[in-house]
Design a protein around this ligand. Structure first.
Ligand SMILES: NC(=O)c1ccc[n+]([C@@H]2O[C@H](COP(=O)([O-])OP(=O)(O)OC[C@H]3O[C@@H](n4cnc5c(N)ncnc54)[C@H](O)[C@@H]3O)[C@@H](O)[C@H]2O)c1
Length: 437
């Protein structure tokens, strides 16, 4: 029997731990032997959860760079702007890296990482977990099997609920693109762009156009008389739908990992702790228009492919419910589905007037779970970690497997979309891609 692959967690935050937990459900596949994490509470939590020996405990990724590798792979769960900075020296030190998305925050560092890995030749795979969600994996399989013929058009929609928008992209860690490094399209929808490029991998993306803005939270939308901290100095708090009290104190469990991150050191903070925090130094207590927010809340992207096929992605923040929809139209039929219900319908063109198609509804929940793995992103998080471990163990990876090279086009499409949106122009993705190859 093969020995388990060994891993070190770099950045033991929310995401780093979620992949590492494969070691708890499949100890025969993965063993966590180290952690590098500056936060003492998080570091201690990881040590306890995975029984990490003392020699595997580090305060920062930097301590791993100039010594022989202590494990086969790294799970890099640091924040967006640290991905490239931390990964290149880890590749140099001899590790394979499972790297969170977005794997780079701008085009220059994206190519820097790509070129560094051409030198080191490690397995760098990006955590595009939706490829592993049974819903999208089943759709991809139908496309690969030619069920709907050649793709003419794909319409992807991501609705980000009003409370998710507020917790992550207005008051949260991704609220200011200059602080976190990533515009909202990159932070939220590089997955969707990855799905588009994955489904279209027989074609070549050539041009990108995009529009979008901050419709709701731009400074000029600030309500007259708004205070700076909702529960402290705002005369309109009671009538304001964006009040921090309504989002975070009336529903303290919703998005608690983000809203109460600054109280993590308390273990289980009480409601009193939370009320005090919202009134003092918690960024989630700031007025939604005065919290250093600088990002769009909605954006549309249009991509033109070499074959003449076109694909669109609509990201809309602030909707009543979070929802991802997909509609693929091919020469022989179409596929229409909603990720959140895990159901899609396939209609095939048949000449049977008046109903010109035959249709089949696929309930992905009922097709059975091949791995028995459940959890975040429709089970995608742990399946992705398992596929990566299988790859390192010399097994054939699944068709969802995505290397750094595979992820270049989707990230590049996001960078081109941002340029297109900001400069009101159509950007040639093809040119950018070939310029750097
Ligand atoms: N794949 C997905 O679907 C998905 C979903 C959400 C977030 N993400 C991405 O995951 C990443 C992590 O997000 P998160 O919410 O877990 O962040 P987080 O802030 O909870 O975790 C990051 C951790 O990195 C640590 N860190 C900082 N500098 C370090 C260093 N030099 N060495 C080692 N550790 C260091 C921080 O102390 C922190 O604990 C982000 O890039 C985010 O965009 C991906």
């Amino acid at each position: 029997m093969k020995k388990p692959t060994t891993a070190i967690i770099v950045g033991a935050g929310h995401r780093g731990l979620c992949y590492a937990k494969l070691a708890l459900s499949m100890p025969e596949k993965l063993k966590i032997v180290g952690v590098a994490e500056p936060d003492p509470v998080r570091r201690a939590n990881a040590v306890k959860l995975f029984s990490i020996p003392e020699e595997g405990v580090f305060e920062r990724s930097e301590e791993l760079y100039d010594r022989p590798p202590l494990a086969d792979m790294i799970i890099n769960g640091t924040m967006d702007s640290l991905h490239v900075k931390t990964t290149i020296p880890l590749l140099k030190a001899g590790y394979h890296v499972l790297l969170e998305k977005p794997f780079a925050i701008n085009e220059a560092e994206m190519w820097e990482l790509y070129k560094a890995n051409q030198r080191y030749q490690r397995h760098v795979n990006i955590c595009h977990v939706l490829r592993y969600a049974p819903f999208y994996a089943a759709i991809k399989k139908k496309v690969m099997e030619g069920e709907i013929g050649d793709i003419i058009n794909i319409q992807l929609t991501e609705h980000v609920s009003y409370h998710h928008l507020m917790a992550a992209f207005v008051r949260g860690k991704w609220g200011n693109q200059y602080v976190c490094g990533a515009p909202m399209l990159l932070a939220k929808c590089c997955h969707d762009m990855d799905l588009m490029m994955w489904l279209m991998d027989q074609d070549e993306p050539v041009q990108v156009a995009s529009f979008g803005s901050d419709f709701q939270f731009a400074p000029e939308k600030t309500p007259p008389r708004a205070g700076t901290r909702c529960t402290v100095d705002c005369p309109i708090e009671a009538e304001c739908p964006q009040s921090a009290k309504k989002y975070f104190l009336d529903y303290p469990e919703r998005w608690k990992a983000y809203a109460w991150e600054c109280l993590e050191y308390l273990g289980e903070p009480t409601l009193e702790d939370k009320i005090k925090s919202i009134a003092t130094d918690n960024p989630y207590g700031l007025c939604a228009w005065k919290c250093n927010h600088d990002n769009v809340d909605h954006q549309s992207v249009l991509v033109n492919f070499a074959s003449g096929a076109t694909c669109s992605l609509n990201m809309i923040g602030g909707s009543p419910a979070g929802e991802r929809k997909i509609h693929i139209i091919g020469t022989k039929g179409d596929i229409y589905g909603t990720f959140d219900t895990s159901k899609f319908v396939i209609r095939k063109i048949v000449q049977t007037y008046p109903q010109n198609f035959s249709s089949e509804t696929v309930d992905v929940k009922e097709t059975g779970d091949m791995t028995g793995l459940t959890g975040g992103h429709g089970g995608g998080d742990l399946r992705l970690a398992l596929d990566y471990v299988n790859l390192l163990q010399g097994e054939k990876p699944s068709y969802s497997c995505t290397s750094l090279e595979d992820s270049i086009k989707s990230h590049l499409a996001v960078f081109c979309a941002e340029e297109a949106r900001k400069e009101s122009k159509v950007v040639s993705l093809r040119e950018r891609f070939h310029m750097n190859q």
